[in-house]
Design a protein around this ligand. Structure first.
Ligand SMILES: [Fe+2]
Ligand SMILES: [Fe+2]
Length: 177
């Protein structure tokens, strides 16, 4: 966890871009795992819609990584596997569990992006606007998950708490490592 004032502003912004790039990479992989299992079923199109938006988010942060010379997280290979596994496992549990995964992840990301926009100063207004735009789309994904009966998943609360805790750990380590 980062405490206010423990890194310089530039280093802090680099951390934000690093973790957001990692998160969008992971998000894309979660949907890839879900599509591998459920892509030909009735939820296929909605999963592909969300994955397409994650691809735009990822491309944006990939460009920022290059433009600002931010070191990407060393954990991308881990998020490649873990994101896909989370998506595929929840999808194998059923359509509702896949949607519960989306709701949990997007709630964690909403919290994360909101904290970033609150922390960013006026000199980073453009980055802040980008994050705010993406946050709105993550909330749409959460709402899609809720509309597709995520909360009717057996063990919803436990599953949701488990996934959110994992997201928070992933966020904390991807800022630095
Ligand atoms: Fe995203
Ligand atoms: Fe998302």
């Amino acid at each position: 966890m980062t405490l206010p004032g423990d890194v310089s502003d530039a280093a802090r912004v680099a951390q934000m871009i690093r973790v957001d790039h990692a998160g969008e990479y992971g998000a894309k992989r979660i949907y890839a795992g879900q599509i591998a299992v459920l892509g030909s079923g009735p939820k296929g199109d909605v999963l592909r819609h969300m994955q397409a938006q994650e691809q735009v988010h990822l491309d944006t942060f990939s460009a920022l990584i290059a433009k600002r010379r931010v070191r990407p997280t060393a954990l991308l290979p881990l998020w490649h596997v873990a994101g896909y596994a989370l998506g595929a496992v929840t999808a194998a549990m059923g359509e509702r569990a896949a949607m519960a995964c989306t709701v949990a992840v997007e709630e964690a990301i909403d919290e994360h992006y909101r904290a970033q926009t609150e922390e960013l100063g006026p000199d980073e207004a453009e980055l802040s606007r980008t994050i705010e735009t993406f946050r709105a789309e993550e909330l749409e994904h959460r709402d899609i998950g809720l509309a597709h009966e995520a909360e009717l998943t057996p063990g919803y609360r436990v599953l949701s708490a488990f996934i959110k805790a994992g997201c928070r750990v992933a966020i904390a380590v991807s800022e630095r490592v």
